[in-house]
Design a protein around this ligand. Structure first.
Ligand SMILES: [Fe+2]
Length: 269
């Protein structure tokens, strides 16, 4: 590995140091993707990318996906969504209050990665909370690991976090779609390491476990991934980029009150 990295707090993800994404070569892009898959989330500071370079970087990582429920930046940049919080906004921040893994309610061709860039950042609030599915899985007691070995989760867009999406749909004038549901194994393997895929914001049921254990395991795992020891509360600066793998990293927004914040978001397959 040639790039310099520093682990995040509680060993959640890694900072990639001393890199300018504007002049990224193919080899460095490959290495970033490797670090991303291995650590789950990468933090790349001081980038100041124009929309063109930002969208180009997303294409170096994979195939960007159009996300219709958020406002697009410009017709020229169909993959960049604007997440804007205004000082007068009173509703819950998009993606707040529940740890989740983006679009877990879709079947197998769902986007795997999510990327945010800080455009306008208020000081002292609006952290993004990350939790490592790798670390959380590793610390599970063996009897729980045994119980969930073949378990699947039922994930629904109408799960607890739906309230923040419904508010976006109202803003966009989109008629609320039927809820979407998908089933996935809750233990996944990425680069040879097991990770928890339990998206508490969407998880409605655990299957393929003993019937009498299902509810208990659901509550247990949700509490488990929320434990302080697996969390990194990331404080943003303008021009920071966070890029995460939804298979191994859970995240949520935190509340923002009485100030403006703008982020540019791209989801990637
Ligand atoms: Fe999210």
């Amino acid at each position: 590995m040639n790039l310099s990295i520093t682990p995040g707090i509680n060993n959640v993800g890694a900072y990639i140091n001393d890199i300018d994404l504007k002049i990224l070569n193919k080899e460095q892009a490959k290495e970033i993707k490797n670090i991303l898959n291995q650590f789950g989330v990468v933090f790349i500071k001081k980038q100041n990318l124009d929309p063109e370079s930002y969208q180009k970087f997303a294409k170096d990582i994979g195939q960007p996906v159009v996300y219709p429920r958020l406002r697009g930046l410009d017709i020229k940049f169909p993959f960049i969504n604007v997440i804007e919080r205004k000082p007068s906004d009173k509703n819950l921040s998009f993606g707040s209050s529940w740890l989740h893994q983006d679009t877990s309610y879709l079947a197998n061709d769902r986007p795997r990665y999510t990327m945010l860039m800080g455009i306008e950042i208020p000081s002292g609030q609006g952290n993004t909370i990350f939790s490592s599915g790798f670390n959380a899985y590793e610390k599970l007691p063996q009897d729980i690991k045994d119980k969930i070995k073949s378990a699947t989760g039922v994930f629904s867009s109408a799960g607890p976090i739906a309230v923040t999406r419904l508010e976006r749909e109202k803003e966009m004038g989109i008629k609320s779609s039927e809820s979407m549901e998908a089933e996935h194994p809750i233990v996944k393997t990425v680069k040879g390491k097991k990770t928890l895929y339990v998206s508490p914001g969407h998880l409605i049921k655990i299957k393929n476990v003993k019937e009498e254990d299902a509810e208990y395991l659901k509550d247990y795992l949700i509490k488990h991934v929320n434990k302080e020891e697996f969390i990194f509360s990331y404080e943003w600066s303008k021009n920071d980029i966070c890029l995460w793998d939804n298979l191994s990293i859970l995240h949520m927004a935190s509340e923002i009150k009485n100030c403006k914040r703008v982020m540019h978001r791209i989801t990637i397959k």
